[in-house]
Design a protein around this ligand. Structure first.
Ligand code: FAD
Length: 488
């Protein structure tokens, strides 16, 4: 049997492309190497609780906002979305807390009270963010790619924008402070910073049941529309013949033929699957292989003793003697605290601590299989958890005595379970100095092989959802997609 489209990987992007194309009547097959669907949005069970891998909250899910438009189309609005507190993010810098409120006006008022001398600058800051958010769907218009990237906010620096707009250095740090959901570097494009921050200011939401409920719902829909979704199905080779791909080899034993191939896997991994190609030149491989990747994450998924810590509907970003724009590998000076809403009562049973972690910190154990990395690995992870607890002591002094159990993940875990390059949390690093080379488009030198997912344009749930539109547009046309989003 020949499919219309074979999709490699069941991350959010792979599943959304499967959904969009199946809805247009195409026969799709989504192949996932892991046992669980979802890649970074997969959830897992420990001691009866469901923990998330790479999903804590989303922005822009109120009616009329961008993610609402996209998720209505994907039939995901029926999931158990919970709006977060009005003050949805707290940034604590060296012991002092600042709050982000939902809605641009409330956001302005909250920070203007603490920084009255920055009122005009805050207005200017918000005006740019809002403008970027209001025009997100303009990017679905046909355009000259070269001109778009060279003139757009992808070609401007987020750090320079903050430095120029906000004159108080503390407020600059506060505004950048909930940015563990991206990697702050002086090369970060303004578009990435503005689009992501704006969507959460629009409105902020958690999902009961975790990210895997998104993956499951998309997979169920694909199957109902006649498509196939398979786990434990690793694509081990992509076979090229006469100027196009003809088949995907699955688990080294089964050939699946298709007209189109979409890959949700990291582009470096994708290229390793095309072993013999007349179309992929060495220079292209070198270019893709040399792109930098964002940092990895260390996560401590904690089981909290009953009645020890009250639930709050906001995240806490805590910094201790940190230079926000310069993450130093090995140093634990910034931690995101993310709460899970309890099924009953007001006390939490689950809490995640997240901090960046470089590949170098875990490289000595990288080749060792799960469960056989030895006592040193366990000791290193325990020390990292302790370092995170020390950083958040200022807002959660009772945490150390409230932990019933601790389950940890390092970049090795992320690489093992999601196949990201060296456990990179957010994929390829975008650079405003060279948007044409670091912001990838779906097209590859092979005409019927398309890329999708967080490595291309923008990471995160909103970014990946937009990128799925760009990818599918290469097959069914952007007009069809724009029309489908309107008539969702
Ligand atoms: C720690 C962390 C926290 C995050 N928190 C948030 C958050 O709160 N909000 C938010 O918006 N975003 C968050 N993100 C980002 C968001 O989760 C990701 O941007 C998004 O889920 C990535 O989706 P993707 O489509 O690129 O696919 P990925 O999740 O990268 O999935 C790719 C899939 O392809 C599969 N695959 C790879 N190779 C093969 C092969 N050869 N054969 C078959 N299958 C293959 C992999 O196993 C994987 O399942 C977070 C990310 C991390 C790491």
């Amino acid at each position: 049997m020949k499919y219309d489209v074979v999709i490699i990987g069941s991350g959010l992007g792979g599943l959304q492309c499967g959904y969009m194309l199946a809805k247009k009547g195409m026969h799709v097959c989504v192949l996932e190497r892991a046992t669980l669907l979802g890649g970074c949005i997969q959830s897992f069970q420990r001691k009866g609780q469901t923990y998330d891998t790479g999903f804590h909250y989303v922005g822009g899910l109120e009616e009329g906002q961008p993610l609402h438009t996209l998720f209505s189309y994907y039939d995901l609005m029926g999931l158990s979305w919970q709006k977060m507190d009005n003050l949805f993010d707290e940034v604590n810098i060296n012991g002092k807390s600042f709050f982000f409120a939902q809605g641009h006006q409330a956001f302005y008022q909250t920070l203007a009270e603490q920084f009255p001398h920055q009122k005009e600058n805050l207005k200017q800051y918000l005006s740019l963010l809002k403008n970027v958010g209001d025009h997100i769907f303009d990017s679905l218009q046909p355009r000259n790619t070269e001109e778009f990237y060279s003139t757009s906010l992808f070609a401007q620096s987020a750090k320079a924008f903050l430095d120029e707009t906000i004159t108080d250095p503390l407020l600059r740090d506060v505004l950048a402070g909930c940015s563990l959901k991206m990697e702050l570097t002086p090369n970060l494009p303004l578009y990435t910073f503005a689009q992501i921050n704006n969507s959460f200011i629009q409105s902020a939401w958690r999902l009961q049941g975790g990210g895997s409920t998104i993956a499951k719902k998309l997979a169920d829909s694909i199957q109902q529309m006649g498509g196939e979704v398979r786990t434990r199905a690793a694509v081990t080779q992509l076979i090229e013949k006469d100027g196009k791909l003809v088949a995907a080899l699955v688990n080294n034993e089964e050939l699946l033929e298709a007209n189109w191939f979409i890959t949700n896997a990291h582009p470096v991994h994708t290229l390793s699957l095309v072993k013999e190609s007349e179309l992929i030149r060495k220079i292209y491989r070198r270019r893709i292989n040399n792109l930098g990747n964002t940092f990895g994450m260390f996560t401590a998924n904690l089981l909290i003793k009953p009645d020890a810590i009250p639930y709050i509907g906001r995240n806490q970003y805590v910094y201790k003697d940190a230079n926000l724009w310069q993450y130093t590998p090995g140093k634990t000076d910034r931690v995101l605290v993310s709460y899970y809403q309890p099924k009953e009562g007001n006390s939490i049973r689950q809490l995640d601590l997240l901090t960046p972690m470089s590949w170098d910190e875990v490289a000595p154990w990288a080749e060792k299989p799960i469960g056989r990395r030895g006592d040193n690995y366990v000791a290193m992870k325990n020390a990292k958890t302790q370092a995170c607890i020390d950083v958040v002591k200022t807002i959660l002094p009772q945490l150390a005595d409230s932990i019933e159990a601790n389950f940890t993940s390092t970049p090795i875990s992320y690489q093992t379970y999601t196949n990201t390059e060296k456990g990179s949390a957010y994929g390829i690093q975008k650079d405003f100095n060279s948007p044409m080379t670091t912001v990838l488009t779906p097209r590859t030198p092979i005409p019927n092989l398309l890329l999708t997912g967080q490595n291309l344009n923008l990471h995160g749930i909103l970014g990946v959802s937009m990128t799925s539109c760009f990818t599918c547009a290469e097959i069914i046309g952007m007009d069809t997609i724009v029309e489908s989003l309107k008539n969702k």
